[in-house]
Ligand binder design. Structure first.
Ligand SMILES: C[C@H](N)C(=O)N[C@@H](CCCCN)C(=O)O
Length: 461
């Protein structure tokens, strides 16, 4: 049964306790996001060493979401979260994340590629696809299930500890840490392959980091247990919300605010995460950066968001304006991708577009995620976040595949060694941005009509 707390103080009222909890789960997300983007700056090496085409690379990137979409893993994850609780769900799915990451690492090793366990089997069907690609996809798909459900769990944890307090700031800081993981991946991964360019090296490091993330989550579990014990022992805590039922998932779709926020999420994120998978190669092909530095340029994006997301989060905690800020973020997204698509390959434009994208990628997440609890009751939050992530994952699956396929087809017959043209793939991203802006506009209209309070401050005085 979902509960709300009345007057008496609990461990969540202790600032140091709740910020410490935030630290543990933020570190976990850092490790997850590090692994998510670990292969992104290695697209060129995957082409040269593993023989992966751009479409193959896009298919690999999209495999992250395949189980989440086709096996409805995020829906199950959300239901498990609402039924079995934070500690079990988090621990189990971080475990899945580690197993998937290990398969992904194994796919890149010489052991596997020289006929290791599973090679012959994976080589016996769909022979157009390399065994390394198939093994990496199995691993990345499992990893995608784990990291996404871990992300949903972490959002739930932050609401549990920060609701009515500094929630947007806390979510902003958690996302800043996650972006820190992206930053390390983009800037360090090519260097970690070493002079001999061994792709499996950064992946091995990523697996070890994930195990450390799991240990951090165990520390969170201890704090969470204490909070639950306090709540159970406290007679001033009153049951106030209905118990969650699996059928409630369908109720979410009767809520226009939920539908619009889900649509905005899929459109906005489809123009960001799939883009970042190709962005290092875009830097090489369009702007002429060396492969080792291309990830660092893309790393400007997470650096900017690490600083800006918590700042905007704190602003919205105090002043509100989330609905308007989501519109502004979508507008900036269009500007940024328009620069990448249509302006000349001048490095100044690359920096400018990346900075504008950094603002967009700070505004929208900082405003969107803390808005969900204003639209959905707490007992259904796990499922609501899960459903939003699930819809978002459709975009995260399709868009990298589309980008890879459009890139290959736009560059068919290109002379050996000539730079790839990214205009058409980037036009796809501009289209997503325009659609996101339209949805953000309607979300603001519906907010005014229904009184969700998206433009109101998060902190209750
Ligand atoms: C990719 C993942 N599904 C996602 O949407 N991540 C968001 C953060 C959502 C959780 C906020 N507490 C992101 O912006 O990285």
């Amino acid at each position: 049964m979902a509960i709300t707390k009345a007057a008496s103080l609990s461990i969540r009222d202790s600032k140091s306790a709740r910020w410490f909890v935030l630290l543990t789960v933020s570190f976990l997300m850092l490790t997850g996001y590090f692994f998510t983007d670990i292969m992104s700056p290695l697209q060129g090496m995957l082409r040269d060493q593993m023989g992966w085409s751009n479409s193959s690379y896009g298919t690999f990137a999209g495999s992250y979401s395949v189980l989440n979409v086709f096996c409805l893993m995020l829906i199950f994850g959300g239901i498990i979260l609402d039924k079995a609780g934070i500690r079990f769900t988090g621990t189990f799915f971080v475990g899945i994340m580690i197993v998937g990451a290990f398969f992904n690492y194994y796919a890149m090793t010489d052991t596997f590629n020289n006929g290791g366990l599973g090679y012959d089997f994976l080589n016996s069907f769909l022979t157009d696809y390399k065994p390394s690609l198939k093994m990496a996809m199995i691993g990345y798909a499992l990893f995608g299930v784990g990291v996404e459900i871990a992300g949903i769990t972490v959002s739930r944890i932050i609401v549990k500890w920060f609701k009515g307090k500094e929630m947007a700031l806390a979510m902003g800081l958690e996302m800043a840490c996650a972006r820190g993981g992206m930053l390390i991946a983009f800037s360090a991964s090519p260097w970690m392959t070493g002079a001999d360019k061994i792709i499996s090296r950064p992946l091995a490091f990523g697996v070890i980091l994930l195990v450390i993330g799991l240990l951090a989550f165990f520390v969170h579990n201890m704090m969470d247990k204490r909070l639950d014990a306090e709540v159970a022992a406290d007679t001033s805590v009153v049951a106030s919300e209905e118990e969650f039922k699996a059928s409630d998932v369908f109720l979410l779709f009767k809520n226009p605010g939920f539908i619009l926020i889900s649509l905005l999420c899929v459109l906005f994120y489809s123009a960001v995460f799939p883009f970042t998978k190709f962005a290092p190669d875009l830097m090489v092909q369009k702007y002429g950066f060396a492969e080792e530095f291309s990830g660092m340029i893309v790393g400007l994006l997470p650096i900017g968001t690490m600083i800006l997301t918590p700042i905007f989060g704190a602003f919205m905690d105090k002043k509100g304006k989330s609905a308007s800020i989501m519109m502004l973020g979508s507008l900036l997204l269009i500007f940024s991708h328009t620069i990448f698509a249509f302006l000349p390959g001048n490095t100044g434009f690359a920096f400018a577009a990346m900075i504008v994208l950094g603002f967009a990628f700070s505004f929208v997440p900082a405003a969107m995620w803390p808005s969900v609890p204003k639209i959905i009751p707490e007992s259904r939050l796990g499922s609501a976040y899960a459903m939003i992530f699930m819809i978002q994952n459709v975009g995260l699956m399709l868009f990298p595949m589309l980008l890879g396929a459009v890139l290959d087809s736009a560059n068919e017959g290109l002379a050996e060694g000539a730079a790839l043209n990214y205009t058409e793939p980037m036009m796809l991203m501009v289209g997503c941005g325009i659609a996101a802006l339209v949805v953000a506009f309607f979300l603001r209209v519906v907010d005014k009509k229904r009184g969700y309070g998206l433009d109101l401050p998060n902190i209750q005085e």
